[in-house]
Structure formats: C-alpha cells, structure tokens
Design a protein around this ligand. Sequence first.
Ligand code: URP
Ligand code: ZN
Ligand code: ZN
Ligand code: ZN
Length: 518
Amino acid sequence: MSATPVKKVPIHLQSSQNRLLIKNGKIVNANGITDNDVFIEDGIIKQLGRNLIIPGGTRIIDARGNFVIPGGIDPHTHLELKLMGATSVDDFYQGTKAAIAGGTTMIMDFVIPDKGESLLETYQVWREKADEKVCCDYGLHVAVTWWSEETTRKEMEILCKEHGINSFKMFMAYKGALMVTDPELYNIFEVCKDVGALAMVHAENGDIIVENTKRLLANGVTGPEGHELSRPEEVEAEAVNRAAVIASQVSCPLYVVHVMSESAGNQVSRIRQLKQEGESKLIGETLACALGTTWACCTGKPWSFQAAHILSPPLRPKESTPTHLMHLLQEDGLSLVGSDNCTFTLDQKKELGTDFSKIPNGVNGVEDRMSVVWEKGVETGIIDVTRFVEITSTNAAKIFNIYPQKGCLAVGSDADIVIWNPRKTRVISAKTHHQANDFNIFEGMECHGVPEYVIVNGRVCVDEGELKAVQGFGKFVPTPTHSPYLYGSGEQDGEAELNGVPQPVEVTVDDVREKVKN
Ligand code: URP
Ligand code: ZN
Ligand code: ZN
Ligand code: ZN
C-alpha cells in the first residue's frame, strides 16, 4: 500500500486573516506561566514576547485577564464508530466541531477493525471518513482485535512506517467481538516494542464479565443497574495489573485507556511508582465522565437516563471516585484525561438494549472535557493551571510524539490556542451542546472557565464565544514512532528545554527537536 498523500487545504479555506496577535494574556505552558504576547502567521506561532514588531493589518485580540493555553488534545474519541449494533452519532464533522466549541483543537480516534479484517484497509476507511469532515487536526490509534503470525506484525509495521501510526489498542473485554487473549497480548506487545510503538489496553477481565452477566441475567437482573454489577472495580483493577505484567515481560510501554475506578487508578499509580529508571513506562488515562459524574446519579432514575450513562468500564457508584481520580492526576499517578466520546441517542440505546449487556456502550465528553477538568480540578484547588494544561494537552502531545508541534505555546508550534476566561461560567446542557446526541451526562453542571476564543491552526474558530468551525479544515497528523517520552531516557523526554523555571521565550520547535535527538 502506498503512503497516504498529504491533504492540501483548499485555497478558499485558507484564512484571509492569516496574521493574529494575542496581547496581554497569561501564557500557560506545562512548565509555567508568563506574561507574553503571541504573534501567529500562517497557522504557526512566529513570535512570543513583549513589544513585538508585527506587520500592519494584523488582527489583535486582547486577552487581558485571561489564560492563553495550548489547545486541548483529546486522546480518545470514537466518532461514527459501529459498536454493539449501532453507529455513534457524532461523526467527524460534528464531533470535531463540538471539540472546538469546548477548547479542544485535536482529537485522536480509534481505527477498529472486526476480527479477521485488515488493519491497513480499516485504517484507510477511517482516513476516508475523517479527512473530508474534520474541523480540527486529528491523529489515529489502531485497534488490534486479532492476531495472526503471518499478517498482524506486517500490517503493524507498515502502519508505523508509512501511515503515521504509533499506538495500538487492545481490548481485554468484549469477549467474542474485540477481545484478545493473554498470549495474543504478549505477541502484540512484542511487536509494539519492536516497532517503537505504544501499546494501549482496555483493561477489564472479559471472561469474568461474561460469567457475571450470565448469572445476573439468570437471576432476573436485566436493567442498566446490571452493567456495573457485572464488571465491578476489581474486574478492572485485575486487568490493569495483568496487562502491566505482560507488557513488562517484553519491555513494552503501556497506556491504560479510560481508568474509571479508584482501584484501577491506584493500581496504575502503584505500578508506576515501582518502576525503576529504564524500565518500560506505564501511563494511565482517565475520562471526563469519571471526573464529572458517578453511577450514584442514576439511583432511582428512569431506564433511559440510566442507559444514557452506560459505558465500559462503567461509572462507579462510589461518590468519592471523581475526587480520588483527580488527586491521582495531581500526583502524577494518572497522566492525562480523554473523553472516550462515543455518543448514541436514547433511541439507539432503547432499541438495542433489551438487557443491560446489549445497551450500546458510550457517553459524550469531547465538548465538555476541558470544562469538566477545570471545574473539578482547578476550581476545587486540587490542580493548578499548568497541570491543567499538562493533563489536557501537553502529555498527550509528548506521549504520541507530536510535541512541541502540539501541546505547547512555543515559537514554531502549530497555532492551536485557547483563550480561556476563568471568570465566566456556563451550564452544560444537551439543549445547547454541539454534539449530535440528545443527552448530556453532565446536564446542569455549572462550569467556570469558558473558551472565549479557540484558534485552530491560526484560524479563529470560536470568536468571542461564537463557533465558526470549518468542515475539512483539519488534517491528519502523523505520529512518529519511538516517542522520546516513552523510549528515551530521562533527558530525552522533551522536558529538558522547557523544564523548571518558566522560560518560554523563543523556544523553537527546532531547538526542541535538536535536544531530543542528542
Ligand atoms: O463504553 C465505551 N468505552 N465505549 C467505547 C468503546 C471503548 O471501549 O472504548
Ligand atoms: Zn475501551
Ligand atoms: Zn474508547
Ligand atoms: Zn450523571
């Protein structure tokens, strides 16, 4: 298969306003905050500093009193995904438009082949679905749902070498559909290590879930409450530990997606602390929904309300879960926050959900992720603004090896920028959200922090709060293998040049690349 051609942005979509100056804001990077102006030209940050000399006719945005932050990177979405008999309703247009509305300027979606299907062909299907529709940049992970000695390794190698893939997700649940066995995990992790990619796992014990489900159904438990009962915390935590053990046998870095419980979060954190210098890394991602709500909110609620809250691993009944997970994010036990946006309408949930095991799994989050993390993390005082930037943007960029092109505000970086007003509030509601589904699991939550301007590759796509996203404006961002953050040793993790005392002036992409190489 030939290399995927680079997509050109049609001339009519290129911004006539290709120059922009953001003045008087507080520039936030993961390493610190400074007072600087930002000059953007042709989609790139060209200058950072005070009293910049800029061409006439440049549009000026006054960011006084606001934070100027790197656009959010959502490492986990499922746009127009066919799952459990339904197709998620946010497609690559509406999903990325909603992302932008909330301050996210890049998403990473999962290519998911059925068992026996070619990874390469399914990758092409995703590219075709996404390229024409995306309003912001996107990257892809590829799920490996089956193993064959002859083809899987070869396809994974080609995806990495020729198609900009550096991460593969394996499911330890969804038995009979997407799940792979432990020996298969071992083999796939080994390939990931060999090609310099990152292994990602959906960590739940799929065998136990099947047995629990049979028992619950036999006992007449068929409603949505059966979902969490069939896959309690320890079923998630066990799989986290097992995946980490298997990965360490072959020295493969591992990323646990959607950590949903205190037990699983503790497991990730514990194993991270045990790791010695030079051992393969373990990374934990949690979700906006796990930080923003719990299964407890479903008590006594109608079937459709409960079904709307179903995803896997499930929201937990324990009301301390969101705060616990936020503390793990604060301590670096967990590293970043995704949305796992996979939206189904209430009709879809109802039509297919004849019992709890058949309710299509998935909730919203791509639009509200930034606000929920701000509200539950910064507004509560658990994390500061720099950690907010790190867990919503910078860490994703480093892990997936697109830093410092993305994930920071530096000279040479893509102009994916949010002007975040921490004083304004908004109330989340399905009535006003930009997503395609008819339910919002954060309904009624008042959030401080509003993205007043969202700049996507230099184009103002939220302008004083008004959404002006453009279909097809985004592009595929290849993710190179051997991320220094995962495969480098200490110094090489891309931190060195931005570390410690804030020193954000004139750090260029080339400077950072040079450092990373050495
Ligand atoms: O329930 C979920 N999480 N739906 C999306 C698929 C997955 O497992 O990530
Ligand atoms: Zn999953
Ligand atoms: Zn997912
Ligand atoms: Zn809720």
